[in-house]
Design a protein around this ligand. Structure first.
Ligand code: ADP
Ligand code: MG
Length: 212
C-alpha cells in the first residue's frame, strides 16, 4: 500500500479521516507489524489491506495487481480477522465454525481442510470437532478463530491485535503459529500496539504515528 487515505462517515458530524504516508509492503514469508496509538487507523488500514474497504486515494496492489478489479479473487487469498474474533462465533460445532469460509467460497474437501487448518492452528481436529465453540477456553477459541480464517488456504494473513486478551501460554502458542506460518512461505500483516511481543518474529514495522 502507498499513501492510502480513507474517510469514515463522510459529510456527517462523525467524519474521520485515516491516512498512511509512505509505502507498506509485505513479502512472502514475512511478517510486518502495523502499529500506532489508539485511533491512529490500524483497523482501518487492515480492512483496506483485506480488500474490505476501498481507499479514497493512494495505491494498493496484491501480486502487482489492483485487487479492486476483481475483489473476490483477492479476498480468497486473504485470511482476515477482527479483534476478538471469537466474539463473532455463531456455529454450534467447531467443525462448522472452521469450514464456514471454504463452504461459502464453494470449495470442496471440507473434511481435509478442517483437519489441516486445525493442525496448523495447534488443535487436535478429532478432540474439538463437535465441541461448542463458545464454551472453549480463551486460548482455544483464538486458535479456532485462526483455523477458521486459514481453512480456505489463503496466502496472506491479516490479524488485528491477535494476542490481546490471552494469557502468556496462549500468547506464546499464537506466536509459534505465526512463526510456522512464515516458514510455510506465507505472509502476515499484524496490527498491534505492543511491538515488543512480536520482536522475535517481525520482519518489519510500519508505525502510523510517524507515517500518517
Ligand atoms: N465506522 C466509523 N465511523 C466513523 N469513524 C470511525 C469508524 N471506524 C473508525 N473510525 C474512527 O477512525 C479513526 C481510526 O480508527 P481505527 O482504524 O479503528 O484505529 P485503531 O485501530 O488504530 O484504534 C478513529 O478516530 C475512529 O474513531
Ligand atoms: Mg483497532
Amino acid at each position: 500500500m502507498k499513501d492510502v487515505t480513507y474517510v469514515h462517515s463522510p459529510s456527517t458530524p462523525f467524519e474521520r479521516k485515516v491516512k498512511m504516508s509512505g509505502k507498506l509492503t509485505v513479502e512472502s514469508g514475512k511478517l510486518v507489524l502495523l502499529t500506532g496509538k489508539n485511533g491512529s487507523g490500524k483497523t482501518t488500514i487492515l480492512q483496506i489491506a483485506a480488500v474490505l474497504l476501498k481507499p479514497l486515494s493512494g495505491e494498493i496492489s496484491i501480486d502487482g495487481e489492483d485487487p479492486w478489479r476483481d475483489p473476490w479473487k483477492f479476498r480468497r487469498m486473504i485470511g482476515f480477522s477482527f479483534q476478538f474474533p471469537e466474539n463473532q462465533f455463531f456455529e454450534m460445532r467447531v467443525f462448522d465454525e472452521v469450514v464456514f469460509a471454504p463452504k461459502n467460497f464453494g470449495l470442496d474437501d471440507l473434511e481435509e481442510r478442517y483437519e489441516k487448518a486445525m493442525g496448523i492452528a495447534g488443535l487436535d481436529p478429532k478432540v474439538y470437532r463437535d465441541r461448542l465453540p463458545f464454551a472453549l477456553s480463551g486460548g482455544e477459541k483464538r486458535k479456532v478463530a485462526i483455523a477458521s480464517i486459514i481453512s480456505h488456504d489463503p496466502e496472506i494473513l491479516i490479524l488485528d491485535e491477535p494476542l490481546v486478551g490471552l494469557d502468556l501460554p496462549s500468547r506464546l502458542e499464537i506466536l509459534d503459529f505465526l512463526k510456522s506460518w512464515k516458514e510455510m512461505g506465507k505472509s502476515a500483516l499484524v496490527a498491534t500496539h505492543r511491538v515488543e511481543d512480536f520482536e522475535k518474529i517481525a520482519d518489519g514495522i510500519f508505525d502510523l504515528d510517524q507515517n500518517s
